[in-house]
Design a protein around this ligand. Structure first.
Ligand code: GAP
Length: 587
């Protein structure tokens, strides 16, 4: 095995992606456009394999999930209902000196990543800054790096005011002391020039557009910031046409758009990206209690291998976390690179009961790949309220179970629900109305939402796959091999086919014939130029797991040479055995 990704802060990978045709800057010939990326020949195959694998695992291999492919632009009322129009915003501030706009909650992160941050870290000297050096920095290097910083603009006054407080203090405090004329007011400086920042203001992340020829506010629409809302908006159509009943899910893969204030870290935070989202609708726990007598929770330590009728939201949520982690493992992300971050109650949206972020250890830090949220009945309730269309389902087993209760049992159940709801700050009237509906077999389903990003995952897979290792050729010459160790399941090209020589018609024709056969099943690459060793190296960089060489022996006995990307071992086998081997490792 070679050394793991020396992805020198991502730069090595960014250049490989461009050189090998994975990812290009959008509109590069015009200087590019920030936050937009195009996927080249290898990149679009990688993404397509990610999508297909997700669809296979979430839809095709299940009987309780169906698909949807909805439009990117929806009726704007949908975004009012979902809350995106009012609350889907980032806090944004402007530097009063250099006028740059930035996310107010990312200024420290940005400082940690740039030259100014590195210079200030050095000056801070782990809490033991030398006052003479600080003064020298403010009068020298600081002028170029941080012309807006208070201590650079006015070193005598600021350094005199902070006095001995610079020593023994944490980095952020140290920088804040240098950033303000008033040492009592600790401020975050602009990460670009050290200047003073304006108060944060909310900035809505939805891209606006106009539908139709008239530029009138009445015609404003939005590019969807998530695929989820169209699933909720089509919930009734899907349930009435798909012969599904709760619990069941609706899955969708598609583009989403967010006018991110600071797109960064290559494709990690883009303005146009793709999501793979599942909305899995479940019965409210109260309905399960009526049907099953008791709701299974995680305290019961349930077996999560196959869904059970008595599972409450907590178990369903955990089930989906486990399902999703298993899928990440299957497509090649090792457990050690994945982190489960369970959000604290104070971090949760008011309607959410739990949310887990599945994170990956990117070269720029551990960051979210996917969120798995238990969102209660919030979304369908909002769409019911705003559209005037009922989102309730009728659940026959629930009605039958309720019918078995006598008056006293019904009253006791209603009291119990009202008490539980009161504990969650909900009104007794709402609880009683909800219970009355339950007794009729009706409710608005709750939802568990695993929501992943195709682009972030493609980036994680590239980071995980990248390796460099020394290899020595037949002549004893050592060179560095760059290899992308993708799982064969998601590798863009599965098999490369090489004729040993291109000027031997019979051999060439045989190679084309074998290539044609393999091409019907797998994405293959034909390469007839250069020494075989060079061809192997090119395929290593593309992450192609198998290379097949057709030589003179093939003409005699029909066997080919199969070379494995990771072990670099070669074996001779028949074309039939080759197909079997490919099947085993690719399916
Ligand atoms: N419907 C829920 C939802 O959209 P989210 O956490 O905002 O939740 C889900 O997004 C996933 O979409 C993220 O985990 C990430 O993989 C991807 N994603 C979100 N914003 C992104 C961006 N600006 N660039 C790339 N991927 C993004």
């Amino acid at each position: 095995m070679g050394t793991p990704a020396p992805v020198g802060k991502l730069d090595t990978l960014v250049s490989l992606c461009k050189r090998r045709g994975f990812i290009f800057q959008s509109s590069e010939i015009y200087g590019g456009i920030n936050g937009f990326w195009d996927y080249g020949p290898l990149g679009c195959e990688l993404k397509s394999n990610i999508r297909q694998s997700w669809w296979q695992s979430m839809v095709r291999l299940r009987e309780d999930v169906v698909g949807l492919d909805a439009t990117i632009i929806m009726h704007p009322a949908a975004w009012k209902a979902s809350g995106h129009l009012d609350t889907f915003s980032d806090p944004m501030c402007t530097c009063k000196s250099c006028k740059k706009l930035m996310r107010a909650d990312q200024t420290w992160e940005m400082l940690a990543d740039n030259e100014l941050g590195a210079s200030l870290t050095e000056l801070h000297a782990n809490g033991q800054p030398d006052s003479g050096r600080v003064e020298g920095w403010c009068n020298g290097r600081g002028k170029g790096l941080a012309p807006g910083l208070a201590a650079v603009r006015n070193p005598d006054a600021v350094l005199a005011a902070v006095g001995t407080r610079l020593a023994g203090t944490a980095f952020r405090n140290f920088v804040s002391l240098l950033a303000s004329e008033n040492p009592a007011a600790l401020v975050q400086p602009c990460p670009h020039c050290g200047g003073e920042l304006t108060e944060p203001r909310p900035f809505n992340l939805m891209f606006k557009t106009i539908v139709g020829p008239v530029e009138d506010p009445a015609n404003v629409a939005y590019l969807r910031p998530e695929t989820a809302q169209s699933i909720f908006a089509q919930f009734l159509n899907v349930i009435t046409t798909s012969r599904q009943s709760v619990p069941f899910g609706i899955a969708q893969v598609g583009k989403s758009f967010r006018n991110e204030v600071t797109p960064r870290n290559f494709t990690f935070r883009s303005r146009e990206f793709e999501q793979m989202e599942l909305e899995f609708f479940i019965r409210p726990d109260e309905a399960i209690e009526l049907i099953c007598g008791r709701v299974a929770t995680l305290a019961d330590n349930p077996d999560l291998s196959a869904p059970q009728e008595n599972w409450g939201w907590q178990v369903w949520h955990k089930y989906w976390v486990e399902q999703r982690l298993a899928w990440y493992r299957r497509i090649g992300l090792p457990d050690a690179s994945l982190v489960q971050y369970w959000q604290e109650p104070k971090e949760l949206a008011h309607y959410a009961r739990a949310c887990v972020d599945i994170q990956y250890a990117f070269p720029f830090g551990v960051q979210e790949l996917e969120g798995i949220a238990a969102r209660s009945d919030f979304d369908l309730t909002q769409h019911q309220k705003h559209s005037g269309k009922t989102m309730e389902v009728f659940d026959e087993p629930l009605k039958l179970a309720a019918a078995k209760l006598d008056e006293a049992a019904r009253a006791a159940f209603a009291d119990k629900v009202a008490a539980e709801w009161a504990g969650r700050g909900k009104s007794a009237d709402d609880a009683r109305a909800f219970v009355a509906k339950l007794f009729e077999g009706r409710y608005i389903p709750h939802v568990i939402e695993p929501s992943a990003g195709v682009d972030r995952l493609a980036l994680a897979l590239l980071c995980n796959a990248y390796a460099e290792e020394p290899v020595t050729d037949d002549k004893g010459k050592t060179e560095t091999r760059v290899v992308l160790r993708f799982s064969p399941r998601i590798a863009p090209v599965k098999v490369a086919v090489f004729p040993l020589m291109k000027n031997k018609p019979e051999l060439y024709a045989k190679a084309r014939e074998i290539f044609g056969q393999l091409q019907r099943r797998w994405n293959c690459f034909w390469d007839e130029s250069g020494a075989i060793g060079r061809r192997y190296r090119r395929m290593d960089e593309a992450g192609t797991p198998f290379c097949v060489t057709i030589d003179f022996q093939t003409l005699e006995d029909g066997t080919v040479t199969l070379r494995d990307r990771d072990t670099m071992k070669q074996e001779r086998l028949s074309v039939a055995a080759l197909k079997e081997k490919l099947d085993d490792s690719l399916i």
